[in-house]
Design a protein around this ligand. Structure first.
Ligand code: NDP
Ligand code: MG
Length: 384
């Protein structure tokens, strides 16, 4: 029986991973971990009976320990707990469904101990792709993309081992504000930004979709996963989220992967790769494709994508600055401390003031993250 561990089991990707496990009934969940949602963790632990359950805060770990005392389950907490889960023996795949670059260390530990990674946690690859991809090759482990666009590309290149990719066409829905201008964006609220037209996802990625930062992170993620330079990665807007992405080969042939927007498909494909399994749900109605729209992204208004291309062109620690500045700015926006467009101002200020470190080590990536947070605190306190 395949054994998996899930960090971020209570979130959008985490719960859908457990839906896939439940429907197939032939995978053992050896460990789960979350940030603070004790109630759902307890429910998941009772249903899936993992060996280890992790939670970020030590206080909540006591509550968890109490709630699960009748079971033979080890409770762990903090980064140490995530690392213990990542290093567990006998686990085949670590599903990284955690949000943010906090996923870097557990991901590296899981690769070091020979586990394949079902990777949803794109922030890890954006900031540490230059460490993770060579390490995965050295350890002979697979990085299996869960992000729908990257899963689409992964499905398109299956069987194309020796064939050169000339271009990746990454599709974007354009988010809830597609077609709007800066004056409209000036006063959009958190509630407006959380209304994604096609996907129901966690709060952070939903805001990233509205700013187009998500698509920017995905361009960098694609560069690392498929070894294609950013100038050969094009973003095309496809508002219905039916074409999940496309690959153009040397002979001009383009392969696309299509389907209804349902994250359970890429999750299941990653868990059973290269096998396909039955998946319940709506099938694509081809007659609906007659109304399909393809558009170019508005990178001047939605600067998230432009910042991403700039950061990866500069390279070194700059993608970490782009990502960390965005993580903090989105948290401030969700707390209603800044306005929507200030997310861009903050990323811009951080990138302009950063001294790039070439080929940063893990410590240097984490130091850069801290530099960004300190810089933003000072920037906000100046009332900018
Ligand atoms: P959610 O916010 O829904 O879930 C995040 C998960 O991470 C929760 O289980 C949360 O626990 C947990 N978590 C947060 N902080 C910590 C911590 N310090 N220690 C342990 N666990 C923690 O996010 P999503 O599921 O939407 O996204 C997860 C990742 O997948 C992101 O990187 C996102 O970009 C990517 N992704 C998501 C897609 C989607 O459809 N949702 C699509 C493609 C990629 P708790 O519930 O307790 O807070
Ligand atoms: Mg995506």
């Amino acid at each position: 029986m395949k054994k998996i561990a899930i960090i971020g089991s209570t979130g959008s990707i985490g719960t859908q991973t457990l839906d896939v496990v439940r429907a197939n009934n032939d995978i053992k969940v050896a460990a789960i971990a979350a940030g603070s949602n004790v109630e759902l963790l307890v429910q998941q632990a009772k249903e899936f009976r993992p060996d280890i359950v992790g939670i970020w805060s030590e206080d909540k770990a006591c509550v968890l320990r109490e709630a699960l005392s009748e079971f033979d389950i080890r409770i762990v907490s903090g980064m140490e707990g995530l690392i213990e889960i990542a290093r567990m023996e006998g686990v085949d795949v670590l599903v990284t469904a955690i949000v943010g670059m906090i996923g870097i260390r557990p991901t590296i530990e899981a690769i070091e101990t020979g586990k394949d990674i079902a990777l949803a946690n794109k922030e890890t690859l954006v900031t540490a792709g230059h460490i993770i991809m060579p390490l995965a090759r050295e350890k002979g482990v697979k990085i299996l993309p869960v992000d729908s666009e990257h899963s689409a590309i992964f499905q398109c290149i299956h069987g194309e081992t020796d064939n050169k990719i000339s271009r990746l066409l990454v599709t974007a829905s354009g988010g809830p504000f597609r077609g709007k201008d800066r004056s409209f964006l000036e006063n959009v609220t958190v509630e407006d930004a959380l209304k994604h037209p096609n996907w129901s996802m966690g709060r952070k990625i939903t805001i990233d979709s509205a700013t187009l930062v998500n698509k920017g992170l995905e361009v960098i993620e694609a560069k690392w996963l498929f070894d294609v330079e950013p100038e050969n990665i094009e973003v095309v807007v496809q508002p219905q989220s039916i074409i999940h992405s496309m690959v153009e080969f040397e002979d001009g042939s383009i392969k696309a992967q299509l389907g209804t927007p349902d994250m359970k498909l890429p999750i299941q494909y990653a868990l059973y790769y290269p096998e396909r399994r039955y998946l319940a749900g709506d099938r694509l109605d081809f007659k609906a494709l007659s109304g399909i729209i393809i558009d170019t992204p508005d990178m001047e208004t939605f600067k998230g994508l432009a910042f991403a291309y700039e950061s990866i062109k500069i390279g070194g620690s700059m993608p970490t600055v782009f990502n960390a500045a965005n993580e903090k700015a989105v948290a401030l926006f969700l707390d209603k401390k800044i306005k929507f467009l200030q997310i861009y101002d903050i990323i811009d200020a951080c990138m302009k003031n950063h001294e790039v470190v070439d080929n940063p080590s893990l410590d240097e990536i984490l130091q850069t993250e801290q530099w960004v947070y300190t810089f933003i605190d000072a920037y906000i306190s100046k009332g900018v």
